[in-house]
Design a protein around this ligand. Structure first.
Ligand SMILES: Nc1nc2c(c(=O)[nH]1)N[C@H]1C(S)=C(S)[C@@H](COP(=O)(O)O)O[C@H]1N2
Ligand SMILES: [Mo]
Length: 420
């Protein structure tokens, strides 16, 4: 097997080639009409190299950033211990029960105690007719950058809830995972029942996920089974799922609310840089690259603005709305997806992917992480600050429309560099 560096370079050469092909075939209409670069610019070695060095579109399971609580973290248990506590596919079981404090009336609780727990084989049975896949970036509400981008496969949570035959008094679902049998370590999340039973705004369903990028979900990613909530920040996607509790409680009761977090916040749209040379030669073109998270309001533009140190900043303009932002190019779908996909094919069917061509039906894909690149004309000697921002499909420039930190990162990133 090729080393990951080789693989990475290979994937990005493919991306570059395709990007250049599309560029020269004139399919990058916005790029042309914006008149940012002449044709020859797309051949610019610095730009080609910067794109070639971008990370892959999908992330290998092992290369996701890990955000796991627990002492010890459940995925660090030995295989034997995992078998003992139900953290393998053979031993996993799920309770789907009524909340004792604010009960829901159910005909058919699924519980280990009553010998009716839901097992992995039951999940696979449901998967035969109900499995879904979708692309989603996993992002922590509290960390500025995404943790990884994946194709998540699972069974809609509602299919398991329907097995309990709820009758009355069901307003909220809360759920948690294995937490070393220590109540203090429990990490719980919750959703209104409406979101689980129906999928608003063409969103994929909330799933009990068992595969990532076509492989069994690893223990570190929350296997054998985790929840994945397509439009939500990571804390809603509970790992090592063990309990789903149906409740008549009328409000959120997420553990994550404790640190002043806004737990009802869908993914925001924002941009960040990946490469900006620390030092560039005066009057020589150079390339900058980055990524954009495509939040709930989509992505229409990525823009950059380079400000020379000492030049006056716009006054009374907190978000630099009046600065001379310039459009950057959003890269098209890659030829090589990365993430360890078998035969470089997104499994079919996958939400938003054309099952015949294997290509995304819309681009940039909502709830994904996409990439951008821009060739900057030479600059005179000096110190500069580069800022990048997104404009969403409703025309909101970052950090609007939801600038508050506790509902997820959206502040405008800045990177300093030197010319000369
Ligand atoms: N059981 C459990 N689930 C959890 C967590 C946790 O600590 N325990 N962390 C959450 C948080 S805050 C985030 S951001 C995501 C991170 O997912 P990842 O580790 O697969 O990247 O998992 C979520 N699910
Ligand atoms: Mo998180």
């Amino acid at each position: 097997m090729a080393s990951s560096i080789d693989q990475f370079m290979h994937e990005h050469r493919q991306v570059t080639r395709r990007w250049l092909l599309r560029a020269s075939a004139g399919t990058l209409v916005t790029w042309r009409s914006a008149g940012l670069w002449g044709d020859d610019r797309s051949q610019s070695p610095v730009l080609v190299e910067a794109i070639a060095n971008l990370e892959s579109f999908l992330t290998l399971q092992d290369e996701f950033e890990d955000v796991s609580r627990g002492t010890p973290k459940p995925h660090t248990l030995t295989d034997e211990q995992k078998q003992g506590v139900g953290l393998t596919r053979e031993t996993w079981s799920l309770d789907v029960v009524s909340d004792t404090d604010q009960p829901t009336q159910l005909r058919n609780e699924l519980s280990a105690e009553q010998g009716t727990a839901f097992r992995f084989t039951d999940l696979m049975k449901l998967a035969e007719t109900h499995s879904v896949r979708f692309a989603k970036v996993m992002t922590c509400l509290n960390i500025g950058c995404p943790l990884g981008m994946g194709i998540w496969e699972g069974v809609p949570m509602r299919e398991v809830i329907w097995l309990t035959q709820p009758k009355l008094d069901l307003r909220r679902v809360f759920y948690y995972g294995y937490h070393n049998d220590d109540p203090k370590q429990m990490f719980r999340s919750s959703l209104p029942i409406g979101r689980v039973l129906e999928d608003p705004f063409d969103l994929p369903p909330v799933v009990l996920c068992y595969k990532l990028n076509g492989e069994w979900l690893s223990s570190e990613r929350g296997g054998p089974v985790r929840v994945v909530v397509p439009e939500a920040y990571g804390f809603k996607s509970i790992k090592w799922l063990s309990h789903v509790v149906l409740s008549n409680i009328a409000h959120a009761n997420d553990t994550y609310a404790e640190k002043n977090n806004d737990v009802d916040s869908p993914l925001k749209t924002f941009a960040a840089t990946l490469t900006v040379p620390k030092k560039v030669e005066a009057n020589k073109p150079f390339a900058v690259t980055g990524y954009a998270q495509v939040g709930i309001s989509g992505l229409s533009k990525v823009q950059v603005w380079i400000h020379k140190d000492g030049d006056e900043l716009p006054s009374d303009d907190r978000y630099f709305a009046a600065a001379p932002w310039e459009d950057s190019e959003i890269l098209p779908p890659p030829n090589h997806w990365g993430g360890g996909l078998l035969d470089n094919r997104i499994p079919s069917p996958t939400w938003g992917i054309d099952s015949e061509t294997g290509e995304p039906q819309t681009w940039p894909m909502r709830l994904a992480k996409v990439h951008w690149a821009k060739l900057i004309d030479g600059l005179p000697t000096g110190r500069y600050t580069l800022r990048s921002r997104t404009v969403d499909e409703h025309g909101h420039a970052q950090p609007m429309p939801r600038p508050f930190r506790k509902s997820g990162h959206s502040s405008i990133e800045l990177v300093e560099f030197e010319v000369g």
